[in-house]
Ligand binder design. Sequence first.
Ligand SMILES: C[S@@+](CC[C@H](N)C(=O)[O-])C[C@H]1O[C@@H](n2cnc3c(N)ncnc32)[C@H](O)[C@@H]1O
Length: 369
Amino acid sequence: MRAALLADLGIPDRDVLWIPAGEDPEAATAELAPAQNAGGDAGCLVLAFDRERPEPELARWREALWPTWHAIASCRLRDGELSRRTLQGRAVLGKVEGSGGQWVVFRQRLDVMSQRSTVAKFDQNAKGWDGDPNSPSYPHHRWMRRYVGCYAAATPGARILDFGSGAGWCGIEAARAANARELCAFDPSPQMVELARRNAEAHGIAHFRGEPGFGEAPPFPKPGEAPFELVISSGVISFVPEVEPWLDGLAACVAPGGRLIIGDIDARAYGFARRRRSKLLLPVRELNAKTPLEVRGWLERRGFRFERGSGYQLTWPVPQAMEYSERKLGGVLQRPLLWANQLGAALDKSLGGRASHAFDSWVMTLVRG
Ligand SMILES: C[S@@+](CC[C@H](N)C(=O)[O-])C[C@H]1O[C@@H](n2cnc3c(N)ncnc32)[C@H](O)[C@@H]1O
């Protein structure tokens, strides 16, 4: 049974910690103690339930094990058939003897978020993050990048760095708006860097340099080069396993008096909190997301002065409606939903971010002292 549960999950060949789960996650301190203490010893933890449990209850077990462990799969035995659900969907694993049950498979958060996993994940889905110009949601994808990239008016002719650039869109939008002297971009995924290079070229950015690298040891500025007048980091901090070294890397790239635009998904957003209560399996990024207040505090302690911040991308049910419209309605609702997002973001910006909890994402600008 154990081998069948874990087949093809790419679990490292180390000890699997197997814990029979009781009735109440909040009272399970003794049961969960071996998991909390496992440190780097066990590559995989399986919580074994004697029967299937409702999703909100499984979500509470996940919370009890976060941030050491991250749930990656849920298996069930029903009518002799063993199946496994991951974020990619459900797969039948085969026929197995037994009366029923449910098993939740966890991996160490630091393993799921390791540099190796990050490169593999983004290399594999680089095209998806680039956006498909033929998809009805493409205007929304581009609007979000433009909104973040142009959140602060950049000094004309500035040198700009896109820090965790993905396919490069935020930096490209900023560079075009400022008629930048140079745009540099880096990302852990070489595939992403290649897309950024192509996108920059296609959008007439004459001076572009792109390289693979991580924010914890950024490949720009090169030795002897000045730091940047504008640095943009969009949608990256939620992917970072330990924020302190990453923030040190980020801060070092901004010139004294230069500006930082940083944004990401919001751990406080109603839609994310709702998903967190009701679903077991979530992308690790959603659980690892930070609040804008936390990020602002960390940056202020590094000598930055907060300028302004607000929310964008309305929370539940707008993203869900967009997905439904795209999947089932041929995208007919995409335009009105984009307008709702644009109007909401503009309103919150004019209110100084007072309604930002109504949005899935935040963005802010800070100036380096
Ligand atoms: C959600 S994508 C955002 C890409 C782009 N900034 C945008 O807004 O379209 C997150 C990106 O962060 C990158 N990333 C993950 N961990 C990173 C790290 N430690 N330092 C820099 N970039 C990282 C990923 O490779 C990925 O391309």
